[in-house]
Design a protein around this ligand. Structure first.
Ligand SMILES: [Fe+2]
Length: 168
């Protein structure tokens, strides 16, 4: 039976209340992978008039976490970043993400970009989900049509982030 957005959001919320740390997020990641494999759920929330780079499907009024559908129709190479005080779980719905994890070498100071060094690059394939906890630095890259279902600990449009740049 297909999962509904309401049921998925309620399951995420229950888990975040009982286990708010990284362990709970890992369980939400497993739930997200099950949703990514749910064709009916994905058809309901992606495609045609529902496609946009940021379509917030659910925003929790108490905890502030968001479930967001992203559709990118052209290639993007994002800069290294973390999510400030928030965590995020990336779920790959369609296309492939080439993700690089980075290590902080030098903190950003007074608006000057911090320095980061690349640690590893890997791919997220359709059906894969991965947790990025607070401070985990990463840079996704896509080519062509890519769809993601992401869960953000808080709405990332409201979070200010210091710039980071790769060491030469
Ligand atoms: Fe990110």
């Amino acid at each position: 039976m297909s999962c509904t957005l309401e049921a998925f959001a309620a399951d995420c919320k229950a888990k975040l209340i009982t286990e708010p740390g990284p362990g709970g997020r890992e369980k939400i990641r497993e739930m997200l992978e099950r949703v990514l494999a749910d064709d009916e759920f994905m058809r309901t929330h992606f495609g045609n008039d529902r496609d946009s780079e940021r379509n917030v499907l659910y925003r929790d009024p108490e905890l502030g976490f968001c479930i967001v559908a992203h559709t990118y129709t052209k290639g993007i190479a994002a800069s290294p970043h973390h999510h400030g005080p928030a965590w995020a779980i990336y779920g790959q719905a369609e296309g492939i993400t080439e993700m690089t994890d980075w290590r902080l070498v030098q903190e950003p100071v007074d608006g000057k970009a911090g320095k980061v060094a690349a640690e590893r690059t890997y791919t997220l394939n359709p059906g894969d989900a991965k947790v990025y906890n607070e401070g985990d630095i990463h840079s996704p890259q896509w080519e062509g049509l890519t769809r993601l279902l992401r869960i953000e600990g808080q709405d990332m449009t409201t979070v200010r982030r210091d710039p980071l740049e790769p060491i030469a």
